[in-house]
Design a protein around this ligand. Sequence first.
Ligand SMILES: [Zn+2]
Length: 318
Amino acid sequence: VYYLVGVDLGGTKIATALTDTDCQILKYDAVRTEAVRGPEAIIDQMVSEIRRVIEDLPKESVLGIGVACAGLIEPSTGKVLYSPNLDWRDLPLADMIARRLDYPIYVGNDVNMAALGELHYGAGIGKRQIVCVFVGTGIGGGIVIDGHLYEGANGFAGEIGHVTIDWDGPDCPSGNAGCWEGFASGTAMQRRTLAALDRGEPSMLAEMLHGDPSKMRVELIAEAAAKGDALARRIIAETGELLGAGCANLVNILNPERIILGGGVIRGVPELVDMVDAVVRRRALSDAVAGLDVVRARFGREAGVIGAAVLAKLAGKP
Ligand SMILES: [Zn+2]
């Protein structure tokens, strides 16, 4: 019997799973990332989590360890070029883990790994041309061409959140202005809602926040919308339009057979999937949408560990 290990290394949480060779989770554990203590301490933390899920399994039964890491990862070396969440630059992550653990180590971008998991074991099964769009605090993507994750020249393909949709739009942490995620992410939904409340638009959300704007969450907007709140419903409708417009761009460029929508915003507001579907059909070239469907991702918070296990299964060649 053989096993794989998948790790999802984020700025707030390290999740670790032991899986079988079909990447089904057998054991799962998550701890808070001790981000302030720096890379060596975080890697020690991760290694002790990996040892915990492997326990006393025979060494040769564990085929490899995949790590999904937030940030720009150089796939060929497993180096983290830049991770804003962890505040890392030019960190040889795969080598640093390999110094502590004698197993094959593979590192990939967390969003790409989530797409890899959907491709092999989730909503992408049976499809070969896929675009995954993950909407959370930002917007991340994974592009699948001919059944393989498309990594681009240096491994940075799929940064769909940073395509420009308004040349004169708001500044983005990426250094660009008018990025898609500045309009259609969960962060943008919260910001637009708060701005409307500031302008004095009537909404039950004012009451629901108890005067504390930092309590604004996408879940709260969804709750207000379900109770018929006009502002909340408008924000969600606009987000559907904004997400749909960006997805229509992707359809016109890539002509996928399936768009998979995932991430916290889609989990919190699942009706966005049908809204995006309708907008894409209206905006994209009609021949490009003929064979297209828009579906929800299968995996939620566990997407990263599953995708990382898939990377290990594929021996680092997605
Ligand atoms: Zn950007």
